[in-house]
Design a protein around this ligand. Structure first.
Ligand code: AMP
Ligand code: ZN
Ligand code: ZN
Length: 304
């Protein structure tokens, strides 16, 4: 296998592009895909202050690495979810990454904030762990970005994540979610920060290759709470399709973004948002789902 660009020995094959790259040209390809996503969707510019949500996994550390290398002002935000050993090890990886690059890292601890970890919080709230955790993360991402005066929040969602979410939303015809699924979520309400996914054009495999070739030390295991999650099963199914027909995953997602999503526009405009009575973050209800969860558990929110 030879590099498509230079003819040297290739290290990363990319079947959906009918290409293969040596390390140098793979890095070039990777940066180009990220920059194309940023430009095409007007995610941010060099004047923006960027907050990258980092979990310690390959995706979020890879995008933080790319943005720092390209000279963006990108700070990290890590949420210590208090999920036993998994969180301890993730914390170490993120801290080490930031130290090595002299990058600014903000850390929020769920245990310090609520007096209990994510598992316990979910149990008390009577919610599935991933749903409670997701609510919590979204709330903290938005709050930290607003308080820190950031223009945009970056997450590490990749092509596989987005295609799996799309498959789930299509299988259930969640038209509201289909209307909102995008690499860019604009700040459409006061107190809402813009959210972007610059890795949406790159697959999990490509990102893992990038992280390994760049020597990024990341946490390999998935969150223990996510075992058996639907999204993981959808990823398996999509990978089987990809085997049969290279590029299927990308065609599914990019085709939806270009041709499918505009048809759900009306659905998006119907949703009315207003500030949560408790925390002020935008919600479609009187009190947002995050604050309702905390009220049920008996934890007070700042401003409550
Ligand atoms: P997940 O929902 O776990 O697939 O994560 C999706 C994205 O959310 C990651 O790529 C990160 O950008 C962000 N994220 C997940 N977990 C955390 C965390 N504990 N702290 C900060 N950001 C996170
Ligand atoms: Zn090459
Ligand atoms: Zn609220």
């Amino acid at each position: 296998m030879k590099c498509t660009k230079c003819g040297e020995q290739a290290v990363v094959p990319i079947r959906r592009h009918n290409a293969a790259f040596c390390t140098e040209h793979f890095f070039e390809y990777f940066d180009n895909q990220v920059q194309r996503a940023i430009k095409e969707h007007r995610m941010f510019t060099r004047d923006d202050k960027i907050l990258v949500a980092v979990s310690g996994g390959k995706d979020s550390l890879a995008i933080w690495d790319v943005l720092l290398r390209l000279g963006y002002e990108a700070h990290g935000l890590y949420i210590d979810l208090g999920i036993g050993e998994y969180s301890k090890r993730s914390t170490e990886k993120v801290r080490k990454f930031a130290e090595e690059r002299d990058a600014v890292l903000r850390i929020v601890s769920v245990e310090e904030e609520y007096g209990l970890g994510t598992t316990e919080l979910a149990r008390k709230a009577g919610r599935p762990a991933c749903s409670a955790c997701g609510l919590n993360k979204r709330y903290i991402f938005n709050r930290e970005a607003l308080e820190g005066g950031y223009d945009v929040l970056v997450t590490g969602h990749n092509l596989d994540d987005e295609a799996a979410t799309l498959l789930g939303n299509v299988l259930h015809w969640n038209t509201g979610y289909l209307a909102r699924q995008s690499p860019v979520l604009e700040a459409t309400a006061p107190n809402l920060v813009k959210k972007v996914k610059p890795l949406y054009r790159l697959t999990e495999r490509e990102i893992a290759s990038y992280a390994v070739l760049r020597g990024i030390d990341y946490i390999v295991e998935e969150c223990p709470m996510a075992k058996g999650a639907k999204s993981i099963q959808y990823k398996h199914i999509l990978n089987q399709l990809e085997e049969l027909s290279p590029g299927a995953k990308a065609r599914f997602l990019f085709g939806f973004l270009e041709h499918g999503r505009p048809h759900f526009q009306e659905e998006r405009e119907r949703v009315e948002v207003r500030p949560c009575r408790v925390c002020g973050q935008p919600t479609t209800a009187e009190v947002c789902a995050h604050c309702r969860m905390l009220q049920r558990v008996g934890v007070a929110v700042a401003g409550d």
